[in-house]
Ligand binder design. Structure first.
Ligand SMILES: Cc1cc2nc3c(=O)[nH]c(=O)nc-3n(C[C@H](O)[C@H](O)[C@H](O)COP(=O)(O)OP(=O)(O)OC[C@H]3O[C@@H](n4cnc5c(N)ncnc54)[C@H](O)[C@@H]3O)c2cc1C
Length: 295
């Protein structure tokens, strides 16, 4: 698909890890940050804008999605080292950056290696696992606002927490890239750590199925997976969407799921867990598209 131009009526199934969703009225792959700025400034991109990476944490709803989906993956993908800082464009995959950092003799990037998304998505979500989070290692970021201006912002301009990132200065800015500050380490140890964490994931997660990872946030002092399992929901299925038998916080697409099947299953789980445990689960995944109202 040609980059830096607007495409119309693009099927979204191939742009998210659940392999579901409708059609984007406008779809744009950003392969040049300056052209993106110019196109926004000239008013060529129809609002609202939805920036996405690999769609590994996103449920695109069925039907027509208005506005413009701007995909950074397969578009901007530069990585470079500036003394002890690593710069990565928003479209770089987390695993690629993690491996490059380890190879260069820096430690602690292993947690990023198993996150099947982009740097842009990891920054927006504060993606993390095994006790580490993306923003632990951010030094500064390059963002773009809704007028097309590019701005460098430092870490202290953001409030970050568990899967939460708030821009203290301005809402509606999007990530174009970031500089990371990982500690010096030993290349062979760092690369081994990546291998071991990837093996651990394979054992515990249903990686052979289309999924978006953890569907729900862990409630305070509890685990969503444990609560769902205790409600006997492993394997529960609506249409083509199923609560994974391997990991109760993962919803898998058995092959023919629609976005509505997944959303109905999400609502069913929330209701069941609330009825039995008196805890209302909140979703970790993000929704794009018109609201579905559960009946
Ligand atoms: C098998 C599996 C395992 C997973 N394991 C983990 C895990 O261990 N830990 C974890 O945290 N997550 C995990 N995830 C979820 C997901 O991979 C992460 O949230 C990841 O950071 C999302 O990246 P993405 O590029 O796919 O984002 P997308 O799904 O494309 O986007 C996610 C959100 O970020 C926004 N966004 C994306 N790019 C930008 C940008 N450039 N600027 C501004 N906003 C943007 C989107 O609008 C959306 O709201 C897993 C998912 C799967 C499928």
């Amino acid at each position: 698909m040609e980059k830096n131009i607007i495409h119309h009526n693009i099927e979204l199934k191939s742009f998210n890890s659940w392999r579901v969703g409708g059609v984007a009225e406008n779809f744009y792959i950003c392969a040049d940050k300056q052209i993106l700025s110019n196109n926004i400034k000239k008013g060529l991109l129809i609002f609202p804008l939805y920036f996405i990476g690999l769609g590994s944490n996103t449920l695109f709803r069925d039907g027509v999605i208005k506005g413009t989906i701007i995909m950074m993956h397969k578009g901007i993908g530069d990585i470079f080292q500036e003394i002890n800082l690593f710069y990565a464009d928003a479209g770089v995959s987390c695993s690629k950056l993690a491996k490059q950092i380890a190879k260069a003799g820096f430690a602690k990037s292993a947690f990023l290696a198993g996150i099947p998304g982009t740097i842009g998505g990891a920054l927006a979500m504060n993606a993390g696992c095994y006790g580490a989070e993306t923003w632990d290692y951010v030094s500064k970021v390059l963002v773009i606002d809704t007028q097309g201006n590019q701005i460098i912002r430092f870490k202290d301009e953001f409030k970050t927490g568990y899967r939460k990132v708030i821009n203290k200065k301005k809402q509606n800015e999007y990530f174009l890239g970031a500089w990371f500050n990982f500690p010096k380490g030993q290349s062979d140890l760092a690369q081994n750590e990546i291998k071991n964490l990837l093996l651990k994931r394979k054992k515990t997660q249903p990686l052979d199925w289309p999924t978006a990872g953890s569907t729900f946030r862990n409630p305070h002092n509890n685990y969503a997976a444990k609560l769902i399992e205790e409600c006997n929901l492993k394997g529960y299925t609506i249409g083509g969407a199923q609560i994974s038998k391997k990991h109760a916080n993962f919803i898998i697409n058995l092959g023919n799921a629609s976005a509505i099947d997944i959303e109905k299953l999400i609502e069913y789980v929330r209701k069941r867990v609330f009825d039995l445990k008196k805890i209302m689960l909140e979703t970790e995944i993000k929704f794009i598209g018109d609201n579905y109202a559960p009946k």
